[in-house]
Design a protein around this ligand. Structure first.
Ligand SMILES: C[S@@+](CC[C@H](N)C(=O)[O-])C[C@H]1O[C@@H](n2cnc3c(N)ncnc32)[C@H](O)[C@@H]1O
Length: 236
């Protein structure tokens, strides 16, 4: 069964407390990571930038504020998250749109950049979503992904694991009043690609100049890449 309907329902339910929970759970670091995403996306000039799985709109808003000439679409399949985004950033002239990342309603070669925060962990087929992202990017366009990654097994692993296993669901219960949603965050993180494997998935999806940076004791990854200038790449 597809994850989609359950994920959509879950984000619709937690939309109102999403931002507060993010700040608390990441000890206030989450906006810094989003700024890195925007830096990696680079200036789209007067072109279009797509922020997919935009949620309550932080990355889309940072794109508009950082590169004021660009035009930004913030897209998500949760109507409640989009409502929050529209309310928070009403002054910023961002186009908020409802759509599913598995099947984007945009023509090929449309965007200078496509960013997404915490999307791939939530979809059934991350390689297929990356190919869809590649389709709508212009040749030379940039993809940037922010997501949680399974912690590495080093000296800190027991502490990090404890925080994921108990700390995050605990905060979810008291801050977001939804323990299950944040237990899902832990489960989906532990079962997700590690940073190196995810970079290989980007390459397999046809991107070049792929790189990544690990943050927050290796539990957060920012990955980036570029659609080949001639538009080629491994597509089935
Ligand atoms: C954890 S939130 C991230 C929001 C935002 N990017 C951020 O940085 O905080 C994940 C978002 O992905 C959206 N999402 C998950 N799967 C999706 C899909 N298949 N298509 C569109 N949006 C999706 C959810 O509705 C949710 O708003």
């Amino acid at each position: 069964m597809s994850k989609g309907p359950g994920v959509q329902k879950m984000f619709d339910a937690i939309a109102g407390s999403y931002d507060l929970m993010n700040r608390v759970m990441t000890l206030g670091q989450d906006q810094r990571w989003r700024r890195l995403v925007v830096q990696r996306a680079q200036d789209p000039g007067t072109g279009w930038a797509l922020d997919l799985a935009t949620g309550t709109g932080d990355i889309a808003a940072l794109m508009r504020e950082t590169y004021p000439r660009c035009r930004v679409i913030g897209a998500d399949f949760s109507q409640n998250m989009l409502k929050e985004a529209g309310r928070r950033f009403a002054a910023l002239h961002i186009c908020w749109q409802a759509c599913d990342a598995n099947c984007l309603p945009y023509a090929e070669n449309s965007f200078e950049s496509v960013s997404f925060g915490y999307l791939l962990r939530n979809v059934d087929d991350a390689p297929a979503v990356l190919k869809e992202v590649r389709r709508v990017l212009k040749p030379g366009g940039r993809v940037v992904c922010l997501d949680t990654t399974p912690p590495r097994k080093n000296l800190l692993y027991p502490f990090v694991r404890f925080y994921f296993r108990f700390g995050i669901p605990f905060l979810g219960r008291f801050v977001a009043r939804d323990e299950a949603a944040y237990a899902y965050l832990t489960g989906s993180t532990m079962n997700f690609y590690d940073a190196e494997a995810l970079a290989a998935v980007f390459v397999e999806a046809g991107f070049e100049d792929v790189g990544y940076e690990r943050l927050m004791l290796g539990t957060i990854g920012v990955h980036w890449g570029r659609k080949k200038k001639d538009g080629s790449g491994k597509l089935p």
